[in-house]
Design a protein around this ligand. Structure first.
Ligand code: CA
Length: 332
C-alpha cells in the first residue's frame, strides 16, 4: 500500500447522481503519442445515498464472460432502478483485454499479481494502485469476474477468499450465497496478497470472484450465471429492490496446495479425468507423452489429495511446472 497519489485522471465524478460512462485516463507517453493516455472504460450509476458495489472484469484480458456481462449492465442499468451506487469497469487491464491476453502487452504485467500496486511504475501496477487507493475505499462489496483464460478450463463457480479477517469473510460468504452460482467456492489455498480480493479484504471490503468459463472462449452458460448472480447481488446489497429467492448452491473449497497438480515434465499432456470427476489421492491425473521420442515411456502424473476436478489445463502442450488440474472438496 502506498500513500503516493494516482496519476490516473477521469471526468467521472463518483459522487454525482445519474449515469456516467466515460474513461479512466492513465498517462502513457510513447513515441506515437507523447501526451497520450490508456483510456480504460468505466461507468458509475448512482442514485442517492446507499451502498456501493464495485464490479470489474478484464483483470485478465482473455476472460470474457464478465467483460460482456458488465458491458450489458452498463447499457441497461438505470439510475432510477437503484438506491446507492454501482461502479463497473469491464476491461480493467485494457491493454490485455484488447490483445486478448492474460497479461498486458505493454509491461507483461499480470494485474491480478500486481496489488496493491504502484502509481509510479508501469501501466499494470498503476491500474492496481488506482483500484486499491481510489475505488476500494468507497466500495462496500467488490466482485472481480474471472474465467480460466486461454490456459485453463473450469467447472463454473463464484468464489471468495478465506483471508484473515473473519468478519469481512463472513460478509463475503453471505454475498456468495446470495449470488448463488451452481457452485460456490472458498479459496483457502492458491492465492496470495498480490490478488485483487486480498487487497480489497485488507481494506475491509468483502470480495467475490469466480471462474465462469475458460479456454479463451465465451461460455453462454457462464454469462447467464454472471448476469443472474449480479442482479441477485444488487438485491442482496439493497441497491436494487426485490427479494433474493433462496437457491441451492454446492459449497466447495480449495483447502491446500496439494490440491493442485503440476506437469512433471514437458510434452503432450493426456488427461485421465474429466471436469467434475471425483478423484482420490494417488489416482492418475494424466500422462505426458513425448511425440519426438515415441519409444520413451510416457510419464504419469497423479493427484496428491482427494477431491473433485474443478479445473483442467486447456492446451495439451505443457512445460514442467504448468498447472494441469486442481481439485476442490465439498463442505457442509
Ligand atoms: Ca483469471
Amino acid at each position: 500500500m502506498t500513500d503516493r497519489p494516482t496519476h490516473i485522471w477521469t471526468p467521472i465524478d463518483y459522487a454525482r447522481d445519474g449515469k456516467q460512462v466515460d474513461w479512466l485516463h492513465l498517462p502513457h507517453s510513447v513515441t506515437r503519442s507523447a501526451y497520450g493516455t490508456i483510456a480504460i472504460p468505466a461507468a458509475v450509476v448512482k442514485n442517492g445515498e446507499g451502498p456501493t458495489a464495485l464490479f470489474t472484469a478484464g483483470n485478465h484480458g482473455d476472460e470474457y464472460e464478465g467483460q460482456v456481462a458488465l458491458c450489458n449492465l452498463i447499457r441497461e442499468l438505470k439510475p432510477e432502478r437503484i438506491r446507492g451506487r454501482v461502479i463497473m469497469i469491464p476491461a480493467l487491464n485494457l491493454p490485455a483485454a484488447m490483445a486478448g491476453t492474460r497479461t498486458s502487452p505493454l509491461d507483461e504485467g499480470n494485474l491480478n499479481r500486481s496489488f496493491p500496486g504502484n502509481p509510479d511504475a508501469t501501466p499494470t501496477p498503476a491500474i492496481a494502485h488506482y483500484v486499491d487507493s481510489v475505488l476500494f475505499p468507497i466500495a462496500d462489496l467488490f466482485h472481480d469476474l474471472h474465467s480460466g483464460g486461454g490456459s485453463l478450463a473450469y467447472v463454473q463457480f463464484a468464489s471468495t477468499h478465506a483471508g484473515n479477517n473473519p468478519e469481512v469473510h463472513a460478509r463475503g460468504l453471505a454475498a456468495l450465497r446470495a449470488f448463488a452460482a451452481p457452485v460456490s467456492l472458498v479459496w483457502r489455498a492458491g492465492s496470495d496478497a498480490r490478488y485483487s480480493p486480498h487487497a480489497a479484504m485488507k481494506r475491509g471490503v468483502p470480495a467475490l470472484g469466480g471462474e465462469f468459463g475458460g479456454g479463451g472462449s465465451l461460455s453462454r452458460r457462464g454469462l447467464a450465471i454472471v448476469e443472474e448472480g449480479l442482479e441477485r447481488l444488487l438485491r442482496h446489497m439493497g441497491i436494487v429492490e426485490g427479494v433474493v429467492e433462496p437457491r441451492p448452491t454446492r459449497m466447495m473449497e480449495v483447502p491446500t496446495r496439494a490440491h493442485f497438480v503440476h506437469a512433471p515434465t514437458a510434452g503432450v499432456f493426456e488427461p485421465a479425468v474429466e471436469l467434475g470427476d471425483s478423484v482420490k489421492a494417488g489416482d492418475l491425473c494424466g500422462r505426458v507423452h513425448f511425440v519426438d521420442d515415441p519409444a520413451r515411456t510416457p510419464v504419469d502424473c497423479r493427484f496428491a489429495a482427494d477431491g473433485v476436478v474443478v479445473c483442467q489445463r486447456h492446451p495439451a502442450r505443457v512445460e514442467r511446472g504448468d498447472c494441469v488440474a486442481h481439485t476442490a472438496v465439498d463442505v457442509a
